[in-house]
Design a protein around this ligand. Structure first.
Ligand SMILES: *Cc1c(COP(=O)(O)O)cnc(C)c1O
Length: 396
């Protein structure tokens, strides 16, 4: 299996499998299993408590963060890693609201990934602020002089539609609001330049296109100019200026490190560090070219072989497309299940979306052709109508 032309295979995926769900759980990069073995057996098993110093566990989070930074266009010392996306978003959203005292409104988009809405609603409740839902077709219409923060997801998880980050950021900031981007469906597949667009805050997953493994820690970023004044709500000892002084009173460390709370997840960070090796030597532009090649091909083949069968929910315009293609169909759940039975793994999103993620690091044009061939068979034989698919699994 080839990855980007000229690259060696860097992933362990069964040959017979067409895996188009790397936007939900990235594939296993070669090297991760061995690295985890080593950390568990040698660093933990033999080194024990000494490994906090000898194996540099304390610096692990910063080291991994520095590898993610170039993928989102920020400085290596300005990213923090360690919590879930949901918890990271709680921290950055509280910090953002505190950076804009006197402004009462947090703006969120209703079709965003639900956790973003839930967490930001929770922050509004906690801080006595107002949550305002914006129109995804025109988020700026909701931004006025009362708005402290506009928080958007760069690439929509259902449709793969992508916001124009530069234009929206500049326009919302011109009205005095801070702008936060959730990069869960962008990082590792779509070039992002947070510094270039002048964004204020960002969060993102590492278990999707970054392949860090199930539940791997999310990242957060706060623009350098905000860090000194930023106050996040979970003021744990790991964000203290001197954790081992065991002082009574909290004093946050300078820089992004103040967004840490508790002991870092060493095993998960070690897996992620090894996983990020797969990005070594690969430019974001090459990734984007590959991603568009794959999604263009998928759309073209669905148009050609299955005309009128699906509504393509993903924008055809490159400027507005992330790295997935979503097909609407009344039997979308059955379509996805029948494809899985044929070794093509995508996923279903309520109510009618069959979603196919294209991971530019390891998916190939052959995967796309095979997927569409099998989709044709599923539709021709009405395999989606199998009664076995009439009730849904817990994770779809
Ligand atoms: C996947 C995803 C999340 C996941 O949040 P966790 O706390 O890591 O479970 C959050 N937001 C968006 C936009 C996502 O796509």
């Amino acid at each position: 299996m080839s990855t980007i032309p000229g690259r060696q295979p860097r992933f362990q995926i069964a040959d017979e499998l067409v895996y188009l769900d790397g936007n939900s759980l990235g594939a296993l990069p070669t090297g991760v299993a061995d690295r985890l073995q080593e950390v568990v057996r040698r660093e933990w098993g033999e080194g024990l408590i000494r490994s906090w110093n000898d194996a540099h566990w304390m610096e692990l989070s910063r080291r991994v963060a520095a590898r993610i930074a170039p993928l989102i266009g920020v400085g290596p010392g300005d990213v923090h890693l360690g919590d879930s996306t949901s918890v990271s978003l709680f921290k950055t959203t509280v910090a953002a609201a505190r950076l804009r005292p006197g402004r009462q409104v947090l703006v969120v988009e209703p079709s965003t990934f639900p956790t973003d809405g839930y967490v930001i609603a929770g922050v509004a409740d906690l801080m006595g602020l107002e949550l305002r839902w914006c129109d995804p077709a025109d988020p700026l219409a909701a931004v006025d002089d009362d708005v402290a923060l506009l928080s958007l997801t760069h690439v929509d998880f259902r449709t793969g539609a992508m916001f124009d980050m530069a234009t929206i950021t500049a326009a919302a900031q011109a009205r005095g609001a801070l702008v936060q981007w959730d990069l869960c469906h962008s990082t590792g597949a779509v070039p992002v330049d947070l510094t270039g667009v002048g964004a204020d805050l960002a969060v993102g997953c590492t278990y999707k296109y970054l392949n860090g493994g199930p539940g791997s820690p999310a990242f957060l970023w706060v623009a350098p100019e905000h860090q000194a004044a930023a106050r996040q709500p979970i003021t744990g000892w790991m964000g203290h200026a001197a954790p081992f002084a065991m002082a009574r009173d909290y004093a946050p460390v300078d820089g992004i490190g103040r967004f840490a709370s508790g002991t870092p997840p060493v095993l998960a960070l070690s897996a992620l560090e090894a996983a990020l090796e797969a990005f070594e030597g690969i430019s974001l532009d090459a990734l984007r070219d590959r991603s568009l090649e794959l999604t263009d091909l998928f759309i073209a083949l669905v148009d050609e072989r299955l005309p009128g069968v699906f509504e393509i929910a993903t924008p055809r315009d490159h400027q507005r497309r992330g790295s997935q293609v979503s097909l609407r169909h009344d039997h979308a759940y059955g379509v996805v299940q029948a494809l899985i039975a044929r070794n093509v793994i995508g996923d279903f999103r309520d109510p009618d979306i069959a979603r196919f993620g294209f991971a530019p690091l390891y998916n190939t044009p052959d995967h796309v052709r095979t997927a569409v061939e099998r989709l044709e068979a599923v539709m021709a034989n009405e395999e989606y109508a199998d009664p076995a698919y009439s009730s849904r699994n817990a994770v779809t």
